[in-house]
Design a protein around this ligand. Structure first.
Ligand code: G6P
Length: 431
């Protein structure tokens, strides 16, 4: 099993009767997904993407990545939302916390901060640099500004050679970025029309920068393909993604309106952010939706632990844990035992961390927080691919169960409209 939903902490809160009551709704939503008959069905391209990705495109992507690996010390990924969160998520989870060499992937275009870009340009000074600018629409302001500045910097540094160091991932035909890419002759990759940003991590959006970072993208896709197969079962009891979605909806209906996504692994920080966009943008509409929040334990037990245990009771938790001890770090014996830690000698940090999780889960259940426990055998490309697909499938199901379109995000437009008016963008002048 590449992923298990352990029910031991939820059984006291949600009974089988409640799950059974949702079974027909789950089958109906399953049909909407697989027969492509639900709202937003034109964005279901991610569903069979892992098994169907074009082999020659994958080979071209790997070749491009190899070329960039040979010429760059740093790859700057320019993108926002779904155009960078997946890359950051996988990179955080799979690569060492501290840079051990190889191509470093850094990010730009996620903010409009001059300070950030100024700091980045200082950091890039004296290094060999490549850019991967990613925007599905090709018109998003934050990455467009960052690209204009970084592109000028690249032209000054490399002249003509900059063209070889810039790769664009965008729509096949539409958007300003496509036009720029074609005119300048940049290598480019297509973000499929039928895959929205937050479901795009397994397309060139995530695969190219991850391949440049040295991640085995074929293994990532393999894991996702395995999930595609395993999670195509139509019934609630045979499909862990649907079970997770059903529990979320039952809890939400009962007033648990905030989901705290938790793990005991700091490398999950990026997955936390990716997961929040996935569920937040898919479900937060028409006045509905579970509010997605996230923590990293045990760090955040020392800041958020009090609230989790004892604050307003509208929370449930989804805890992701990794079964295998991959680091095998043990606590050494100390003659003097001044810190009193000798009672932990010979225990691995993994064991201590597992006990911390068990202790936390017991305390939170006691404090009235239902917990969904997701167990993943280990951290590697294969299981990461599986996990990403699991959440995408669960999210589509969950949104359909709550009666919203999982694939649009009409509310995101409001601030953009206001900003353009305030800045006087042509066509947006205030009347
Ligand atoms: O890839 P882009 O078109 O630049 O979009 C980047 C992001 O921008 C938005 O405003 C959307 O709400 C996100 O869903 C999207 O991932």
């Amino acid at each position: 099993m590449a992923l298990t939903l352990n029910r031991k902490y939820i059984e006291g809160f949600v009974g089988q009767v409640e799950l059974d009551a949702l079974a027909d709704f789950v089958s109906a939503a399953h049909k909407k997904i697989h027969n492509k008959t639900g709202a937003g069905a034109e964005f279901l391209g991610w569903l069979d993407w892992p098994s169907g990705m074009d082999a020659s495109e994958l080979a071209r992507l790997e070749e491009t990545a190899l070329k960039l690996r040979e010429t760059a010390d740093v790859l700057v990924v320019i993108g926002i939302g779904g155009s960078y969160l997946g890359t950051k998520a996988v990179q955080d989870l799979l690569q060492p916390a501290f840079n051990l060499g190889g191509v470093e992937v850094v990010f730009a275009g996620q903010n409009i901060s001059g300070r950030y870009l100024d700091d980045l340009l200082m950091y890039l000074e004296g290094k060999e640099v490549a850019l991967n600018v990613i925007s599905k629409s090709g018109t998003t302001t934050e990455p467009a500004i960052a690209f204009r500045i970084l592109r000028n910097w690249m032209m000054e540094k490399y002249g003509e050679e900059a063209t070889e160091r810039i790769v664009v991932s965008t729509d096949e035909a539409a958007g300003a970025l496509r036009k720029t890419a074609d005119e300048a002759g940049y290598t480019s990759f297509v973000i499929p029309d039928d895959i929205g940003g937050r479901y795009s991590v397994l397309t060139p959006v995530g695969l190219l920068p991850l391949a440049v970072a040295g991640i085995d993208v074929r293994a990532l896709l393999k894991g996702a393909e395995e999930a595609e197969k395993a999670l195509s079962a139509s019934s609630l009891e045979d499909n862990a993604a649907y079970l997770y979605a059903a529990y979320r909806q039952i809890l939400n209906m009962r007033g648990y309106s905030v989901e705290v996504f938790a793990s005991f692994e700091p490398a999950m920080a990026g997955i936390n952010e990716w997961w929040k966009q996935l569920f937040g943008e898919s479900e937060g509409k028409q006045g509905k939706g579970v509010f997605p929040a996230s923590v990293i334990y045990s760090t955040d037990l020392h800041s958020m632990g009090q609230y989790l245990q004892d604050g307003r009771r509208m929370l449930f938790e989804t805890m992701v844990s990794f079964v295998e001890d991959q680091a095998k770090m043990e606590i050494p014996f100390d003659d003097e035992n001044g810190d009193g830690l000798n009672y932990l000698v010979d225990k691995s940090l993994h064991e201590v961390n597992q006990q911390a999780m068990e202790a936390t889960a017991m305390a939170h259940v006691e404090g009235g927080v239902p917990i969904l426990a997701l167990e993943v055998p280990k951290i590697d490309e294969y299981h990461t691919g599986y996990l990403l697909y699991f959440f995408m499938k669960a999210c589509a199901m969950s949104a359909y169960l709550s009666g919203v379109n999982p694939f649009d995000q009409p509310g995101v437009e409001q601030y953009k409209q206001n900003m353009f008016e305030l800045l006087g963008k042509p066509g947006y002048e205030k009347k």
